[in-house]
Design a protein. Sequence first.
Length: 575
Amino acid sequence: MYHRFDAVIVGAGGAGLMAAAQIADNANVAVISKLYPSRSHTGAAQGGIAAALGNQEEDNWVWHMFDTVKGGDYLVDQDAAEVLAREAIDAVYDLEHMGLPFNRTEDGRIDQRRFGGHTRNFGEAAVRRSCYAADRTGHMILQTLYQQGIKHQVSFFNEVMMLDLLLTDDYVCTGVVGMDILTGEIHVFHAKAVLLATGGFGKVFKVTSNALTLTGDGCAIAFRRGLPLEDMECYQFHPTGIYKLGILLSEACRGEGGILRNDLGERFMERYSPTLLDLAPRDIVSRSIYLEIQEGRGIGGKDYIHLDLTHLPPETVETKLPDIADFVRTYMGLDPVKDLIPIQPTAHYGMGGIPTDVEGRVIVDEHKTVLPGLYAAGECACVSVHGANRLGTNSLVDLVVFGRRAGRHMLQFVRENDIQPMPQEPDFRARAEVARFLENDGHENAADIRVELQEAMMSKAGMFRNGDDLMELEGIIEDLRNRFSHVGVRDKGKTFNMDLVETIETGFLLDIAQAIAVSALAREESRGAHVRDDFPERDDVNWLKHTLAYRTSGGLQLRYKPVALGRFEPKERKY
Ligand SMILES: Cc1cc2nc3c(=O)[nH]c(=O)nc-3n(C[C@H](O)[C@H](O)[C@H](O)COP(=O)(O)OP(=O)(O)OC[C@H]3O[C@@H](n4cnc5c(N)ncnc54)[C@H](O)[C@@H]3O)c2cc1C
């Protein structure tokens, strides 16, 4: 089936919906989403959204920018971080005016709480900067923005999965190809401009906070089409996932006063981060947990430690962290008001992704060359505001600030440009891929390959890496890719064929894994979330630069581009 729109947005999370809201009344826009919009992962975000409103104590967007740059271990593009911190304030008010029910202070302003790495006066002390709606901030953002989409009559194509991106021979984007999951039918969307807002890829790791569907589709499709992926080696592990399950217990637990304790009951963060303690940035807290475990102070000598909320007033737990309290009761059979909670770090957030400029335009090389008509925003993009380590609450603000910018720029673009002809047989590749899986005899099974991949990524490209492991991992991935070429699906049906959907997703994960492994092996230093046992120091002389990974016919090629420095000189990080 053929459709024609001015703008097509792939992804109905916070980034995609914020962009759609900018375009809706002025041009015809479609939002394509493989999930029903309100099931997007943005809806699972708990803790909050950062903006230097200063509602609780003095704050300043420059301090927010500084924290973001330092938190990212200086691999942050400072022009982008400035946009993020400055525009966060207005973007949060924008959400408020759309009707988002934030928690309130006694005098009726948006309430704010502490989060890791957010400080006052360039690192002096923690500051309350995270605006929140209990521990359901993302849910409220998603509902608010989806309602805006309905109100402005956006054309939603729900449960339609993008399979391919349409580019002309001279690299202009002309649309996307998708599959309706309900019917198996292939749809071609012809457009002047496309925004990729397909979210993260945490499912490349075994223990993760990410939903089943976060398989990096947009990143992998762009990568297959010859576009680079930036800084894929920088992947964040969140300190507090429920032990073994990986389900997230938001940093808001510590923002509200929760404490991490080892087997001796010690508040061990005193040793690693004397100023910010449990609210140090995530890379530091996750590593500290791991070191405690390694030195035998995990609980009962095992590989977890405790999150302690028992000293908090019970009403704080019940009213400000209600969903988290519920998770602990449901999944662990524990009462967070009385019991210590077993936690371990969990794979959480990809700092890397599709390179863009601050308008959301996709960049194809180290010379900032723009690909006309193609945009990216949200977790699948890398503008780079998070550098080598994202601060908590800085993703939701990234979605609304850069989703809004991308949407506005797209509107201008569709006004100024004519629609370009599509390539011949635009759906050829997508049809061929689907046919291959349906027709293969299937002596290999995608589910097995996915599990093996997740285990290998967790053990060899997780929180601690080294050259030998990464080289071995490259071999494992290559082998899994070979096996994947023999995969067939057992369900040959057309209606809601999740066997087919998950097989296609596994193919995306293999691409993502390869980009991570190759980029991580090359980066011979430790910076932010990327930690190499064999290169334990940060190396600004050789590695203060962004990785760009390209898929080529012979494998993978790496190129590099400089970091946009500015106001803040790289320094040693102390908290
Ligand atoms: C449990 C959890 C808690 C978090 N808490 C916070 C927090 O408190 N504060 C914070 O700042 N950040 C938080 N984060 C991070 C933040 O929520 C995410 O980074 C962010 O929501 C991603 O938004 P997005 O719009 O980029 O993508 P998502 O919200 O993940 O949406 C992706 C969209 O893309 C669509 N899609 C994907 N692939 C395809 C395809 N092939 N075809 C069509 N559509 C496709 C999906 O249907 C979906 O609509 C949290 C993350 C998790 C997992």
